[in-house]
Ligand binder design. Sequence first.
Ligand SMILES: C[S@@+](CC[C@H](N)C(=O)[O-])C[C@H]1O[C@@H](n2cnc3c(N)ncnc32)[C@H](O)[C@@H]1O
Length: 321
Amino acid sequence: MPLADIIREEIERDGPLPFSRFMELALYHPGLGYYRRGSAVFGREGDFYTNAQLQPVFGRLVAQQIDRWRQELGAPAEFCVVELGAGRGETAEVARRCLPGVRWTAIEMGCPWPDEPVVGVVFSNEFFDALPVDSVERRSGGWVERRVGRRGEGFDWVLGGEVQPRAGLPDCPAGNRIESCERAMEQLERIDRLLQRGFVLSIDYGYTHGEIATAGKFPQGSLMAYKNHRADPDVLLEPGERDITAHVNFTALIERGKELGWETLGFSPQQEFLARAGAGDNFAYALGADTEDAAARLRMQLKTLLFGMGETFRVLLQRKG
Ligand SMILES: C[S@@+](CC[C@H](N)C(=O)[O-])C[C@H]1O[C@@H](n2cnc3c(N)ncnc32)[C@H](O)[C@@H]1O
């Protein structure tokens, strides 16, 4: 049965769906969801690029930075890295070669998390933007949920009731829309239970509440669908055929981290983070290659990491314990 029919049936049965349920089915329905169909989604043959395709330079720089934090923690024998939403495992593959002896656990949808609390780093690249979110609209008295209903053979937005999202939302004028990220908050709480002591390194694109309030970013919300390297704000089209993302609410991540007792060590553009990671001899190491052609390819990767994705992606570093 096509995924759109499954969603239509669920709407017939339960009424208009929270957007998070629509997004969950569109991306993660077993066998039919965008990330579960087994077809190419990353890179040139897929629908979008991430840092993880810029290997080995990305993996080498991240690994070098993580090794500094390992030293800072006193290089404990049990030090390990847990990577959330590892995708095709490209970063894990490179980083494991750079950090022999360090356990790097790459976790994808449906993989178990380590049973025991860990000391080390919980790392993710474009994990939080792929978590299902709800869509809410600002009203003078509060927030109203936007649900997904049927329209002919397709889907359309339907206003639901008033909601009081648990995750902090930015201050914005009535009529504006934004996403509420309860699932991201749940993941932070899960990370808190997992991480006994160490760092949480989250790389993603996103905004702060201040940017929404003062720069008027995303008046219609930040939901976006991707197919064949094209972005489309109509996220209700072709469920299962396209990626759906929301910009990450970094203020919500930072504030929930503080509530969990974590310290925010840094929040910077990826460019700055990688420049620091490459300090000392690390750029030379990251760009090391056997042939001039290979070296030129690695220099191009670094350029894209610093000046393409480097300006739009951001890096949040939090510390527990
Ligand atoms: C945008 S992709 C990024 C993949 C990879 N980190 C990269 O940069 O190429 C998001 C990934 O997060 C995974 N994901 C989403 N929810 C997850 C969850 N609850 N647990 C583990 N992985 C999840 C998806 O399956 C997908 O592979």
